[in-house]
Design a protein. Structure first.
Length: 134
């Protein structure tokens, strides 16, 4: 694969990451505030479309870079953190938990998301959030 393909995959992946967390934070805010926007059709569909594109770009990067989960420890940590983010986010936004626990799971999901970003930046599963520092 050439450099242009890699750049397109990487740019798509990073753009989708930014949109993913933005939509997640918005949906959490709307749910907490009881906004009708939370249950609007576009707010339910767009995150799934974006996250599917994010996943496809991520798979493309894995293939391009030839670094695979369960072989590259940082990529395994990213995958585990992503699964945690998804499960906690679903628990919070789909009403699996209520009250304060919903808030705790939502915050936990956000923390897991930023752990994944930290691991991606540092390529070190043990640094996680410390990866933001350089």
């Amino acid at each position: 694969m050439n450099a242009d393909t890699y750049l397109l995959l990487r740019t798509t992946h990073l753009t989708c990451v930014s949109l993913s967390i933005t939509l997640f934070l918005l949906r959490g805010w709307w749910r907490w505030r009881g906004s009708v926007l939370y249950s609007s059709r576009w707010a339910r569909v767009l995150p799934h479309v974006n996250d599917s594109l994010l996943l496809l770009a991520g798979i493309g990067l894995v293939i391009t870079l030839q670094q695979h989960p369960f072989v590259a420890p940082w990529l395994t940590a990213k995958l585990v953190g992503l699964l945690l983010h998804i499960l906690l986010g679903m628990a919070a936004l789909r009403g699996w938990v209520r009250g304060r626990l919903a808030g705790v799971t939502w915050v936990g999901s956000v923390v897991a998301f930023f752990y994944v970003v930290g691991v991606a930046l540092s390529r070190d599963p043990w640094l996680g959030m410390a990866g933001w520092g350089g």
